[in-house]
Design a protein around this ligand. Structure first.
Ligand SMILES: [Zn+2]
Length: 576
């Protein structure tokens, strides 16, 4: 709560003295999101009249923003210079990197997009949900490709492991030097713990890198990445032991793991069905592009699972986080049309639990075992590996890339601070490890990385239903207040002209106290309203707004004194 309040205030005051900027001959770098949160990843580089954006992700809402679907980067600075935007580069197809696109693309003048084939497939599929959004202009890039984006910028893409195929880190060649955005990444080890595929990184280390913008999501965690090979081995062991059906719940975005699970199922002679909309669409896209190549007959429609014996089935489902509308939850609650849990089913939750979801995951696990399923989750056995590098792997990337400057991105300040500490342990001097905040502007020359006083707007833009940016702070404050304190509606009926009360005030309360059992407070409120109105001067016409304010203040204070709570007071004045 404190952090966010501070953050908003800083963002707001900074816009007030924002200068007109951007035409000097220095390279400018601005992170618009992803540096004070997980998600909403978005940054841009600017040189003369050219701007290159990397990623435009969304952030899922927090407790402090009730009723908001998600939060997107603030692009008002970019919008004011949209004719300068030369390109948007997407590193990979996770929503915290691509999710804001439909909401901003038009406002940026529909600039060219550069992405790998799978990323293109997923952003174009999502674009279908926004029929009023323009047709995207997406250029497919492959790992290893070099693309001249504009006069001053060139991009080179290189593959780096994550949990989705075709993850592309970027070397952006700029007038100040070569900038590397690591994307989300992990280092891959084989089952024996031998590190895999560092050739690309070693090569990049030799071309001379100005700054490494490096993932910090898991910077606090000690050690190295768990090998995906170990995860696959453990999954296969569990699958072999299963006597009945196997239901694997995981993120639909973990396409690399899903691909392996399908292969294991084939080895064990099981048919595979998919449950959950995002699972189906993601796999369809990956299959069309050849990233998932099941054998003929492996994949069966969910409607046909009853044609096969239990020990010949594996079902991939969404909902490993206990999300209320996802497929696993519908299975557990008995609302799923094709699947009911039966004793002997093996259910595998192959994902980490996102902080905040512990309770709903617990409920799912409880209900599964109550219904007789055997449940495996990643706290019992290694059946999930994160897609983000922990400390030793982050250090390895810094060592291989050999940048002049290290800029931790992707994560809360504390995570980035730990990552910065790792960089210093690797021998980077304090001045060469840069911790910025969203909206801060930096000026880069060949040998310098200078964070300026100047900022651009970076405060939250909230998406609520289909509206963008229409949920103002005051609306959120009301929602928080209603959720925590409830509301009291007071209806007074007055004689127009004299302000005389014509009947006893009606009082309705929701989420505050149960008024029927608190007759005394109810009587007190009525008495006070009568007192209030009788003290109004009778020689002038009653002013409804004034009466409303009076009721709100006085009854609010009275209720606070009585109950130590501040419900929202809604006075309604009816004049007859
Ligand atoms: Zn990712």
């Amino acid at each position: 709560m404190i952090r966010k309040t501070f953050h908003r205030q800083r963002a707001r005051s900074s816009t007030a003295h924002q200068k007109s900027v951007g035409n000097g001959a220095l390279l400018r770098f601005v992170p618009l999101g992803g540096l004070e949160e997980i998600g909403r990843n978005c940054m841009f580089f600017e040189y003369k009249n050219e701007i290159i954006i990397i990623d435009a992700g969304l952030q899922f809402p927090e407790d402090e923003t009730p009723g908001v679907d998600y939060i997107i980067p603030n692009i008002s600075y970019l919008e004011s210079k949209k004719s300068n935007v030369q390109a948007i580069i997407f590193t990979h197809a996770h929503y915290d990197h691509i999710g804001a696109l439909p909401h901003i693309i038009q406002r940026l003048g529909n600039p060219p997009i550069y992405a790998t084939a799978l990323t293109k497939g997923i952003i174009e599929k999502r674009q279908e949900d926004f029929p009023n959004s323009p047709k995207l202009n997406v250029n497919i890039v492959k790992n290893g490709d070099r693309v001249q984006l504009s006069n001053y910028f060139e991009a080179e893409f290189f593959g780096i492991p994550h949990t989705i195929p075709e993850n592309a880190a970027v070397i952006l060649k700029t007038p100040a030097g070569n900038m590397v955005n690591s994307s989300d990444f992990k280092i891959e080890y084989d089952a024996e713990g031998k590190v895999q595929g560092l050739q690309d990184l070693e090569r990049i280390g030799k071309i001379g890198i100005h700054s490494l913008f490096i993932d910090s999501t898991r910077a606090e965690e000690e050690g190295r990445s768990l090998s995906e090979k170990v995860v696959e081995k453990n999954l296969e062991e569990i699958f072999k032991k299963a006597g009945g059906r196997i239901i694997v719940a995981t993120f639909a975005s973990l396409l690399t793991r899903i691909n392996e699970i399908i292969k294991i199922a084939e080895r064990l002679g099981r048919k595979v069905a998919f449950s959950g909309y995002s699972m189906k669409t993601n796999i369809q896209i990956a299959q069309n592009l050849g990233f998932i190549k099941p054998k003929q007959g492996t994949i069966i429609p969910l409607e046909e699972i009853n044609k096969f014996r239990d020990e010949k089935l594996l079902i991939l489902s969404t909902g490993a986080q206990g999300e209320s509308n996802a497929s696993l939850m519908r299975i557990v609650s008995g609302e799923h049309r094709q699947i009911k849990i039966r004793p002997g089913d093996t259910v595998v939750l192959s994902s980490s639990v996102i902080p905040g979801n512990e309770r709903s995951v617990q409920v799912v696990k409880d209900n599964l075992s109550r219904q007789g399923a055997i449940v495996y989750h990643s706290a019992l056995v290694d059946i999930h590996a994160s897609g983000h590098a922990p400390k030793e792997d982050l250090k390895l990337l810094m060592k291989l890339i050999k940048p002049k400057f290290v800029v931790p991105i992707h994560g809360y300040y504390f995570m980035r601070a730990v990552n910065a500490q790792s960089a210093r342990e690797m021998g980077f001097s304090k001045g060469n490890v840069i911790l910025m905040d969203n909206g801060q502007v930096a000026e880069l020359t060949k040998d310098n990385f200078k964070v300026l006083e100047e900022t651009v707007p970076a405060f939250y833009v909230m998406v609520d239903g289909l509206g963008v940016g229409d949920v103002e702070e005051v609306v959120l404050r009301d929602r928080r207040n209603l959720a925590q304190e409830g509301m009291v509606v007071i209806i007074v009926t007055l004689d127009r002209g004299h302000g005389r009360l014509l009947k006893n005030p009606d009082i309705i309360s929701r989420g505050f106290i149960y008024l029927k059992e608190n007759q005394e407070i109810l009587d007190d409120i009525r008495k006070r309203i009568r007192g209030l109105l009788s003290r109004l001067p009778t020689y002038q016409e009653a002013e409804p707004d004034y009466i409303k304010t009076l009721i709100r203040d006085q009854i609010g204070q009275f209720l606070y004194n009585k109950t130590r709570r501040r419900p929202m007071i809604i006075p309604v004045v009816i004049e007859i």
